[in-house]
Design a protein around this ligand. Structure first.
Ligand code: FES
Ligand code: FES
Length: 164
């Protein structure tokens, strides 16, 4: 065991872990951040997706020893108190889930997509679906949610810009 300092959702956490331990296990079991899910455990399904230094990352195959000093963001970082992030709100409004197991990964992938691509094409959205598996097959609603979120975030940005 070694001591690691991980910066998760803006706060430093001192944790005892083997460098080769899975980041997902640490987030869920040690830090109680259970929004990220264990699906395949092999980097394929996207249920465990987090952002590390702004990059989409499969936390199930990311080792604790590789992320010290990096900014780790989980789905729990998105809402501001009771106010959901626009992407979360769009998923809710579009009812873009059944069991919800894939949702946090889909949401994180959408947040990353819209940060760099505020007006995504159908192909851009399809790429999110390619990398994240929804076993309930709610893809049409997820596509709808991504479009709603993009629209909402563009509107907000325009409104904020207009006030300047
Ligand atoms: S649980 Fe990590 S990619 Fe499936
Ligand atoms: S809503 Fe069940 S896996 Fe996507």
């Amino acid at each position: 065991m070694a001591r690691h300092v991980l910066r998760v959702n803006g706060k430093d956490h001192e944790v005892d872990a083997e460098p080769g331990d899975s980041l997902l296990s640490l987030l869920r079991d040690d830090l109680g951040l259970t929004g990220s899910k264990f699906g395949c455990g092999e980097g394929f399904c996207g249920a465990c997706t987090v952002l590390i230094d702004g990059q989409l990352t499969r936390s199930c195959v990311t080792r604790v020893g590789a992320v010290a000093g990096k900014a780790i963001a989980t789905v729990e970082s998105l809402a501001a108190g009771d106010r959901l992030h626009p992407v979360q709100q769009a998923f809710l409004d579009a009812e873009a889930f059944q069991c919800g197991y894939c949702t946090s990964g889909m949401v994180m992938a959408t947040v990353a997509l819209l940060k760099n691509t505020p007006n995504p094409t159908e192909q851009d959205i399809a790429r999110v679906m390619d990398r994240n598996v929804c076993r309930c097959g709610t893809y049409p609603r997820i596509v709808d949610a991504i479009k709603r979120a993009a629209q909402q975030m563009r509107t907000t940005t325009t409104a904020v810009g207009g006030q300047r």
